[in-house]
Design a protein around this ligand. Sequence first.
Ligand code: ATP
Length: 529
Amino acid sequence: MEKIVALCKRRGFIFQSSEIYGGLNGAWDYGPLGVELKRNLKDYWWKCMTQLRDDIVGFDGSILMNAAVWKASGHVDTFSDPLVECMLTKKRYRADQIEPQSGTAYYYKGVTISVLESDNTTKNRDVQREFSVLVPAGKPEASAQKLARQFYNSIGYPDAMITSLNLDRSEVVQNTTKFNPENGAQLGPEKTFNLMFKTYVGPVEAPSSITYLRPETAQAMFVQFKNVLDVSQKKLPFGIAQIGKAFRNEINPRNFTFRSREFEQMEVEFFVKPGTGPEWLEKWLDERLAWYEAIGIPRAKIHVLTVPDKDRAFYSQGTYDLEYEFPFGIQELEGIAHRGDYDLKQHKEHSGKPLEYFDEESKTKYLPEVVEPSAGVDRTVLAVLCEGYAEETIKDEESGKEETRVVLRFSPRLAPIKAGIFPLLKNKPELVAVAQSIYKTLQPLLKVAYADTAAIGRRYRRMDEIGTPFGITIDFETLEGAKEASTSATGTPIAAGQKDTVTLRHRDSMKQERIAIADLPAYLLAKIA
Ligand code: ATP
């Protein structure tokens, strides 16, 4: 993971937000290559959902909405995580993510301190303030005492004042989650913490002007269900697709971009006839699994978790989590939930507006059920980076020395740059002229890069590291004709002496073959479609 994070920074995929000011936890910036990768990913999702299907239409809702939306959806009352705070470091953790630990717990009642009285004598006084420490079995109490002293120091009793630590009792405990796994200090009481970012609309910071940055894109699609349905004249089943930012004040952002406070989602709300939700849930599962394969994430790396009843959101009648094998563990990429008619029903009740669908066939009105595939853009970008990253030992073609090749094996449709264009030598005007002409021809069609410095092997290597799938080299055969007859990358024959061909180098196999310049646009466009 560290290598991927370092590569992301070095080559301009992802930077820490506000880096020169020390960063902002849970916020990330996408650099020149990262933004291309992310955009390609979103474009491909958008194309699959809205262009290649007749039953889904696109939508782009606002981030700020009437606060009543979040009351109706249940987010104001229930969109929270259990939070605990380390009593010593004040670091916060999600209570449900604390790993159970075992050891000896030392419970202190408080400390005895010596206090200087007004008559200049010192007196001992007991301070009652409970604090406990867990130490691994077999470790002496001294390590617990050290932490306990730090705690009492932190609440205003420096070592110079403390005459004794007052131990109440100690006991062997198993599988407890009451202590900070990082230092053994006691965790404070569990509180619930709403994950929505609160803000004020307008100049007055009054309760009536409170609203929230949306924690998911879904709600705008429910609220606008009627409008979208009316204008698109669709019949059930039909869906609304949206890509956009969402904000969650996560207690503990971590694992690079995986858990951020600002992120993007790609969501479809797919409205279906009552009773058909379960069958659509299965269809969406298959559809989404195929999609991940199409962006280069093999089926074997995606784990499908049937979310057990106790862990499902209260509105869900069935949820699959699609999880990816990240280097830091198997973690969720996307949730596919059968939400029943919960959301439309809530908005109908709270707004007082009818949100039923009129079924022409049966001449009845009803609230449709909803199946929602909800994917994270940033998590998918991260999965694509992790999946693509490889290090290989290869022999340098020029020096013959062994070296490490770092390569990002992105699917061509996602790669930020599709092809690198290289004149073999930059001081040969004939080569440069052809290279420039190819560059100018391809530039309006797809993202290409031109590079003329360094040895050709080095230029290939740089492109490998940023995941560019094709290298196009303009060499002497381009000008003088092919040395011998061959078959081009398109399958057509190239005769000996045939001019206007270039070397096409493939990133993954490093195989080199020839291709006619005239065939390049069609060949490359077919590869990235
Ligand atoms: P988690 O359990 O990991 O917090 P979730 O189940 O709350 O996620 P959903 O509410 O189902 O997530 O959101 C749908 C998708 O949005 C997730 O599958 C994930 O890809 C993305 N997502 C959610 N929270 C974050 C986050 N903090 N950072 C990045 N992506 C996120």
